[in-house]
Design a protein around this ligand. Structure first.
Ligand code: HAM
Length: 421
């Protein structure tokens, strides 16, 4: 009533989306397909909460990361706790691991998750305030084979989803000590040219110097920056070269880029990103790396870890896979009120056979029923007409080309299921 008088009062929040029809089907299908691949790599599903203590994300991604500093949806709940909508899945998974495995065995734990994440960013093509990620976290394995596995897995996921054009970019930031030494070297270098740098970079020099390296504005001015590989300890160098050797062995193609530092602070050693040239400015489809300090930092027993997340929205945009066909399905039309009971029985049989079935919708003119089927985009109409039904027949109308044929009612569900109308 209210809406009729006043007009529609509530609208979508900026950056939020209603995802319906084929777009919704694509997301569900991408998640379903990814589950099979995670299973093949021996990962188990975890359904993480959408909300956590805000401090967990701050501790994990880092106070100075853009995600925490600018993009978190933080609020107080009714119990006065400061909570946040999850901007990513890694912190929650690490909290789960720290909480449940503290006293347990040293066995590795391999988890995957799918769901929406929230970041208050300026909305644009490929960047939303609520978006979908599928990701995984591999806890308890410090070996380079673990880094190589997650990179290979991310690549397999994208390949299976039809992202044919993609580039894997890898880099290493070193262990916490190497990372500290490297950040110091980058800081010194950036300070020397700070007069020429953008405001963001000048702020980053003190707070988070590595982020200066992935600034798009200042890229050319920093061309002579120190490379992490030049400051790494022998163990970190060895780790990195073994990761690369394993990727080579698995036939995974990658490019090294010493500018790749990632926007989340928990990474140690290997970091990677997969980009697609089919996307615009937001070209990262998947990203991740190793984060050996995180579980300990949030209060768990020390445990090495690595993982990644795929941005499902971007993966679908970058996919060259064929668009799913318009909804296929069956509409049951009747030519008299007496026919509706038989139509209900047939509908039940078709649904039991797994066929998308609509109707009976009640007695109306045949023209109006065909119009309804057309509006729903259903491919087939079964017409139950009094005369044909006397002989045990129905009429099947193909809505795409308009042709009709008679068929026997008996055994119809099995026959249509085999034809997958
Ligand atoms: P991230 O790079 O922040 O990493 O996000 C991973 C992917 O999520 C991005 O490459 C992108 O495809 C997608 N994404 C991020 N923000 C948006 C947005 N606003 N709209 C649409 N898509 C977006 C992480 O989240 C880490 N937790 C990955 C990880 C797991 N590292 C270790 N384990």
């Amino acid at each position: 009533m209210f809406n009729h008088i006043m007009g529609i009062k509530y609208r979508l929040l900026r950056g939020m989306r209603d995802i319906s029809g084929i777009e919704a089907e694509k997301i569900s299908a991408a998640i379903a397909a990814s589950k099979k691949i995670f299973a093949a790599f021996n990962y188990s599903e975890i359904m993480l909460p959408t909300m956590e203590e805000a401090a967990l994300f701050a501790r994990a991604a880092g106070e100075t990361s853009d995600v925490v500093d600018k993009q978190m949806y933080v609020f107080k709940d009714k119990g006065d706790r400061v909570v946040a909508l999850r901007p990513e899945g890694t912190a929650g998974a690490a909290r789960y691991f720290a909480q449940t495995r503290a006293a347990a065995s040293e066995a590795a734990v391999k988890l995957f998750y799918a769901g929406s994440m929230f970041r208050y960013e300026r909305p644009q093509e490929g960047r939303y305030r609520e978006f979908y990620q599928i990701g995984c976290e591999y806890f308890g394995n410090a070996d380079p084979s673990c880094d190589a596995e997650v990179i290979h897995l991310a690549d397999t996921l994208l390949e299976t989803s039809g992202v044919a054009e993609r580039e894997i970019i890898i880099n290493t930031l070193g262990c916490p000590e190497c990372r500290r030494v490297y950040a110091e070297a980058v800081k010194k270098f950036a300070e020397a040219s700070s007069g020429e740098l953008c405001d963001d970079c000048r702020r980053r020099i003190d707070k988070n110097p590595l982020r200066v390296l992935d600034c798009k504005v200042d890229a050319a001015k920093l061309s002579g920056f120190p490379r992490s590989a030049d400051t790494l300890c022998p163990e970190c160098l060895e780790h990195y070269s073994r990761v690369k050797a394993m990727l080579d062995g698995a036939g995974v193609k990658y490019t090294e880029n010493s500018r790749l530092v990632r926007g989340l602070d928990y990474y140690t050693r290997t970091v990677f990103e997969i980009r697609s040239p089919r996307l615009g400015a937001q070209d990262a489809v998947a990203a991740g790396g190793r984060y050996d300090g995180l579980v300990y930092d949030i209060g768990g027993r020390p445990a090495p870890a690595a993982g990644f997340a795929v941005g499902v929205d971007r993966m679908i945009m970058a996919s060259a896979a064929a668009e799913p066909k318009a909804t296929r399905g069956i509409f049951i039309a009747v030519t008299s009120r007496e026919m509706t009971a038989a139509a209900s029985k047939l509908a039940a049989e078709l649904r039991r056979a797994g066929l998308r079935t609509e109707g009976p919708v009640g007695f109306r003119s045949l023209k109006s029923q065909l119009g309804a089927a057309d509006k729903m985009g259903l491919s087939t109409v079964i017409i139950m007409a009094d005369e044909e039904m006397r002989d045990g027949d129905i009429i099947i109308k193909n809505m795409t080309d308009g042709t009709q044929k008679k068929s026997k009612l008996a055994g119809l569900a099995g026959q249509l299921a085999a034809e997958t109308v």
